[in-house]
Design a protein around this ligand. Sequence first.
Ligand code: IVH
Length: 691
Amino acid sequence: MVTPPEISKQVEELRRELDRHNHLYYVLDQPEISDADYDRLFTELKQLEQRYPELQSPDSPTQRVGAEPLESFTQVRHPLPMLSLANARNEQELEDWHNRVDKLLVETGLKSESAAFVVEPKIDGLAISLIYENGSLVRGSTRGNGEIGEDVTANLRTIHAIPLILRLERDEQPPAVLEVRGEVYLPLAAFQRYNEERAAAGESTFANPRNAAAGSVRQLDPRIAARRPLSIWCYQVGYTEGLELKSHSQALDWLTAHGFKVNPLIERYEDFTAVIDACRAWEERRAELDYDIDGAVVKVDSYSMHDTLGVVGRDPRWAVAYKFAPSTAVTHLLKIGINVGRTGALNPYAVMEPVEVGGVTVSQATLHNEDDIRRKDIREGDWVVIQRAGDVIPQVVGPVIQKRSGSEREFRLPDICPSCGSHTVRPEGEVVVRCPNRSCPSQIVESIKHFVSKGAMDIEGVGERLVERLFSLGQIKNMADLYSLQKEELVGLELSLSINKKGKSVPNRLQEKSVNKMFAALADSKARPFHRVLFALGIRHVGSINARLLAVHFRIIDNLMSAAAEEISEVEGIGPVIAEAVRDYFAEAHNLETIERLRQAGLQLEMAADEEETPKPLAGKTFVLTGTMTSMGRSEAKEKIEALGGKVSGSVGKGTDFLVAGENPGSKLRKAEELKKKILSEDDFLGMVSK
Ligand code: IVH
């Protein structure tokens, strides 16, 4: 069959339009349309491609969803070796590098041109190479040993910030071959969310964003990669045919203009003192960034100077990595404590002498599991290296063996649960040791904490400490009991003891005001949508995403409760392990009883009719309000934002997306400017919420 020409044209236009919005959203971070509108265009294209299979193309935006799993990766040789970088550990070594560069350039007579430099962040992710032929992405590979890497094209295609086709001007010819290099990374916020989800579902977590990114790119099922919100910073043009560039800064500009994501904070400097200042500025900015960097890279700008300077071993002489002071420290591991999580997992953690790492005092760190402790040979009483990356929980890297005295004690998880005394079990093939007792007090307390937590029922005013206290007093025995608490029993409740000025211990009591707040929050929580309730129940493997999938499919909890495991695992995105966990949960009489009581309390156990259809164009966006608005009050503005799926926060930080500045804005405006956040005037804001 011949495809009607108007269809080919329509498909082409849809692809161009989707690419443009993809670029606006993922590369420039300036979306023009809502997710729902994007989805509509996407579906339209997908349907046309299904109807006219001859029009399918690997360049199509529909190809980003993740192809079929591979058996193994094939190896590919890089057209030019992927080099590494020499390090400068301090400013003196950076000066030394500059002096060597200068000297070599003078010797070869090039110095009359005077070297300029580009300073970039050194991204802590996974180096990759992308090959474009005649403007289309044909291959993506890992660095490997620098000469030969692995072909991970299918995974890289799922990264929206990587263009599948170059953005060309009208009539512009693409280079015959173009190699672009960059670093794939997982944004810190996404990393944290992802790990929290996994922990909430009782699954193992990644040690740091770098491992998470590398693990996602180097795994055989592209559909898994597609689910991780990976991104990229491009930092180099490698091999080319049909493209002449004269300098690195020109290459970066070319990449930006052709749709690649190049860090907008990268700058070119003519003067080396400015280079050193820029490196310092990167170090200071480090904690505010949404990605991990472990240094700044200084590169000579001119390509002809690169040729003159050449390479020693694996390191080009024209670039150097200025490494930041490491966020690691050495301290004494006093003991290994154990938490019993809500799924019964015995989680070991390190109790350490407090020490400062990367500007924060740390006295506890996670130790993952027993195997990890054994593999790293960490013993109680050891001196240990600990590490922080970005905002992430501190990790114990390993012991300092030389400092051992011989009195250190090897660690073994106990055979009995430290909370309830039940014999622990370690299911075959799992690294986690569990307490099998469903009525284990620790498990119950942790599950109630999960229930009230922010991502779940979000019951403000019922914090972790209060949950512990109410549980130990016998006021609550499970999550449903929260809804039968009586005000009178709570006001004046002794929470903790503190020492007054005279050295006497006085009880801190729960005040009436806090109790009122708590009851208001409990009442509010009854409006949380079904999928949040489902997540809050704390069923193993059912994180917030799975909870939503199940809620959308089954619509009413009773349908899910009566579904067979096979039926549950038929839901797109839900596998047999999750289905089994759901079955196990509903097989327990006390869980059914809890659900009945939650139903009585008035919680949402079915999808609201309009829930799916309501577009949430501001979903995932966080707003901060400052100054006075003339057209509406703060609470009205807040309602509008929340109705469209956005969130309002009280202070400007890394997670802020927009600052709405009314009249007489306060210090938040300055902070937002410093952090280069998007600032909306009242008019901009009205335009956004009324659209
Ligand atoms: S340039 C000679 N620029 O650092 C060119 N590398 O130690 C080498 N990296 O394998 C690459 N950010 O994974 C360059 N802005 C940046 C970088 C960067 C991170 C990584 C890259 C490379 C390693 C070299």
